[in-house]
Design a protein around this ligand. Structure first.
Ligand SMILES: NC(=O)c1ccc[n+]([C@@H]2O[C@H](COP(=O)([O-])OP(=O)(O)OC[C@H]3O[C@@H](n4cnc5c(N)ncnc54)[C@H](OP(=O)(O)O)[C@@H]3O)[C@@H](O)[C@H]2O)c1
Length: 296
């Protein structure tokens, strides 16, 4: 099966290429080869490659910067998804797409289900929700996989920021009043490939929106503390810095962050037999990989 992966140089895109199962002929394109915001280019590339499935890992992910350049965020996250959706529908093929917990307001107290009301508080979340709407409107066979707090060995993320700060500082303050679910990029790639395999075997999928994240839920402060614990254990840091619990109000950012980002992943488990992974185990694998990286 021929699979086109857009955004192939990002955290999740990188893992999708690395973890591609046997029997899939994968064409992974970065933004330089396929700019999804460019409708003409999307049409040309899709017509040329004739994929049988598209996995979209491309997105404008700079949450704070999106507040000052909303046009770019909308162009990629909404319009770019629409372009892929239109071309997929023209070929009669499905799109597997990744979305975010930021489509929600983040003021709930129980894990968000797929049927809960959305209410993004910033440009990034609103533009990602726009992408979900465009996909549903233009491509009859699609999956939206909403995820959260993505980390991996490739690209920029919270784990790598903490490791850098841990080397530079004796103490750091980390937000302790936001709850969420760290999710490894590799686990997202595995979930997407599991869906792709089901599609290849059965010719269809239970189309729609699904939640997928790591487990258990934690705060950024707890996540940081576990990063440092494992980094010391694995020899990436000589010693852990003191991690001071701070409030969101002490760390102001241009975009509001959801206080509650916990996703209920039951629908994906019950419908497609795809289980959540323990992010602490995934973290260990990512740290081991970073520890083995040349020039560390
Ligand atoms: N990171 C998170 O914590 C998080 C949380 C929840 C959901 N998600 C979602 O998960 C998905 C994957 O995110 P990620 O963490 O892998 O993000 P990432 O590392 O920032 O990767 C996104 C990729 O998209 C590419 N891209 C940007 N604009 C593009 C365009 N116009 N055309 C084609 N490619 C473009 C980027 O390439 P350039 O660098 O060359 O621009 C980048 O390689 C996204 O849908 C994101 O919204 C992420």
């Amino acid at each position: 099966m021929r699979v086109l992966i857009s955004g192939a140089r990002g955290q999740v895109g990188h893992e999708l290429l690395r973890l591609a199962p046997e029997g899939f002929s994968v064409q992974g394109l970065g933004s330089a080869e396929l700019d999804i915001a460019d409708a003409g280019q999307v049409a040309r590339v899709v017509a040329e490659l004739q994929p049988q499935l598209i996995i979209n890992a491309a997105a404008y992910t700079a949450v704070d910067k999106a507040e000052s350049e909303p046009e770019r965020a909308w162009a990629v996250n909404r319009d770019g998804v629409a372009h892929l959706a239109v071309e997929a529908e023209r070929l009669g093929i499905p799109v597997l797409h990744i979305s975010t917990d930021y489509v929600f307001a983040g003021d709930a107290q129980t894990p968000y289900r797929e049927t809960d009301a959305t209410g993004p508080t910033g440009v990034y979340g609103a533009s990602k929700l726009g992408g979900e709407v465009m996909l549903a409107a233009n491509c009859s066979r699609h999956i939206v996989l909403r995820t959260s707090w993505v980390f991996g060995s490739h690209g920029n993320n919270f784990v790598k920021t903490m490791l850098r700060l841990g080397r530079e500082r004796e103490e750091l303050g980390v937000v302790a009043d936001q709850q969420g679910c760290p999710t490894s990029a590799a686990s997202i790639a595995r979930a997407l490939w599991a869906l792709a395999r089901q599609f290849r075997e059965q010719g269809a999928l239970p189309w729609g929106i699904y939640h997928f994240s790591g487990t258990p839920a934690c705060t950024w402060h707890q996540f940081a503390t576990e990063i440092f614990r494992q980094a010391v254990e694995q020899g990436l840091l000589e010693r852990a810095p003191r991690v001071r619990a701070i409030a969101t109000s002490e760390y102001p950012t241009p975009a509001t962050r959801p206080a509650w980002s916990v996703l209920d992943c039951g629908k994906l488990r019950e419908t497609c037999s795809i289980e959540q992974t323990d992010w602490r185990h995934e973290l260990g694998l990512v740290l081991a990989e970073l520890g083995n990286a040349p020039g560390r």
